[in-house]
Ligand binder design. Structure first.
Ligand code: DGP
Length: 118
């Protein structure tokens, strides 16, 4: 799938759509999910155009991949989740119901999350 710059996360990154910003650095931008599924539900997106995990892991420079995942852990720490714990999820493709085709991870926490799948 080719990257579509009209996706909602690209619009958020360009400031064309509002969001509740949580964190930003050179590599990543983090904001609250519009449909939270836990007390804390934050999305972290790279500031670069990748469709999904496969695209990001295959094509992004190694320094960008490391920078992004460093940012993810910084966001979790900023949210106060480092000690209590949290879950990081990324959905790739139809069976995972990926709905926004700009690579992102979900950070979920703030309560005991239980099993991996319902
Ligand atoms: P998924 O592609 O399935 O990993 O999930 C995409 C998530 O993005 C979903 O939990 C809802 C969230 N989302 C979709 N549109 C918007 C939006 O315009 N603003 C925000 N903050 N979140 C959105």
């Amino acid at each position: 799938m080719a990257y579509d710059p009209g996706n909602v996360f690209a619009k958020i990154l360009r400031g064309e759509l509002p969001c509740k910003k949580v964190y930003e650095d050179d590599h990543a931008f983090a904001f609250e999910d519009i449909h939270p599924e836990a007390k804390v539900h934050v999305l972290v997106v790279p500031k670069a155009d990748y469709v999904s995990l496969h695209d990001f892991a295959s094509h992004a420079p190694a320094a960008m991949v490391k920078g992004f995942f460093d940012s993810v852990t910084k966001v979790a720490a900023k949210l106060g989740l480092e000690e209590s714990g949290y879950r990081v999820i990324t959905n790739h493709g139809p069976d995972a119901s990926q709905s926004v085709h700009h690579f992102h991870v979900h950070i979920l926490g703030g309560r005991a999350l239980g099993k991996l799948l319902p």
